[in-house]
Design a protein around this ligand. Structure first.
Ligand SMILES: [Zn+2]
Length: 140
């Protein structure tokens, strides 16, 4: 082996062992992706969770039908509508709980000024579909 090749391979081996150490550090700080469904996700308290969710964006599943909320009296709007995502870009819908949440309030509920975020929009969820109002253009 030429001395140049030997020097090169030592550099490569050194780089590999450094990477290997970084890998080990990463493994000890195992990141469990937070659940995207706002009713199932753990309380957001780490920056890792926050940046993961911000990258994913609000959870806005579009279903062909949403369940009827039997607590709402007959004749009133009684189920979630995916049209509301356009009026309220931070709105999230939980399939598991049939309830909606506010993405921004959930992410920043621990931040200064957000401690008073309404629990209805962060942990309980809102199901009063008859009280939701669409902003913007009327439906055609
Ligand atoms: Zn909010």
């Amino acid at each position: 082996m030429s001395s140049a090749l030997k020097a090169d391979s030592e550099i490569v081996l050194e780089a590999l062992s450094v990477n290997h150490d970084e890998l080990m550090i990463f493994e000890t700080e195992k990141f469990e992706p937070i659940d995207r469904d706002p009713a199932l996700r753990r309380k957001i308290s780490s920056d890792a969770d926050r940046s993961y969710l911000i990258n994913q964006g609000p959870f806005q599943p579009k279903l062909s039908r949403y369940p009827r909320n039997d607590e709402i009296e007959l004749g009133k709007h009684c189920y979630f509508s995916s049209d509301w995502y356009r009026s309220f870009p931070h709105l999230e819908y939980s399939i598991s709980k049939d309830a909606c949440f506010c993405f921004v309030c959930q992410i920043f509920q621990d931040e200064v000024g957000h401690q008073k975020a309404d629990e209805a929009w962060t942990s309980r969820g809102v199901r009063a579909w008859h009280k939701m109002k669409s902003r913007g253009k009327a439906k055609t």
